[in-house]
Design a protein around this ligand. Sequence first.
Ligand SMILES: Nc1ncnc2c1ncn2[C@@H]1O[C@H](COP(=O)(O)OP(=O)(O)OP(=O)(O)O)[C@@H](O)[C@H]1O
Ligand SMILES: [Mg+2]
Length: 144
Amino acid sequence: MPQLEKRFEVEPRNFVRAGEASLRVQRTLRDIGFGEHIIRRASVCAYEAEMNIVMYGGKGEIVLTVDPDEIILQINDDGPGIEDIEAALQEGFSTASAEYREMGFGAGMGLPNIKRNADFLDIRSGRNKGVRLKIVFHSKGKQQ
Ligand SMILES: Nc1ncnc2c1ncn2[C@@H]1O[C@H](COP(=O)(O)OP(=O)(O)OP(=O)(O)O)[C@@H](O)[C@H]1O
Ligand SMILES: [Mg+2]
C-alpha cells in the first residue's frame, strides 16, 4: 500500500497558477524529509511537465505517490497529445508559439530535462489522446 498519495490539479493556459502544483509537490517532499538532491530532481520534472500542460495540454493533474523506496509522479492531461514522442524527446524540439518564446519558453529542453533527472520515464500519448507521464525516482530511505 502506498505510504502517501496526493493529487494536484493543473489548469491549462492559466499562467497565474502555473508552477503551483509542482511547488506543492516540492513542499510535500520537503515535509516528508527527503534530501535536497532528490527533491530538486523531482521538482524539476514536476515543473517542466506542469508547464507543458499549461502551454500545450488540456485539463491535467499531478499525482504524487511516495512509497518506502520510491517517489512516483504521474502527470496526466486530456489535451491534444504528442503525436511523435521520440521527436518531442529530442533536445531543441519545440512547437512553442512566438508568444511562449517571448515568455522564455520553447527551448525544447523540458522533456529531455525530465528524462535526465528521472530514474525511469514512461510517456504514453498520441493524437487527441492526452499525455500520461510516469516518472520514478529511487529513494532508498530518505537521504538522497
Ligand atoms: N502535455 C503536452 N501536450 C501536448 N504537447 C506537449 C505536451 N508536452 C510537451 N508537448 C510537445 O512536446 C514539445 C517538447 O516539449 P519540451 O517540454 O521538451 O519543450 P518546450 O516545452 O517546447 O520548451 P521548454 O520546455 O524548453 O520551454 C512541445 O513543444 C510540445 O509540442
Ligand atoms: Mg516544456
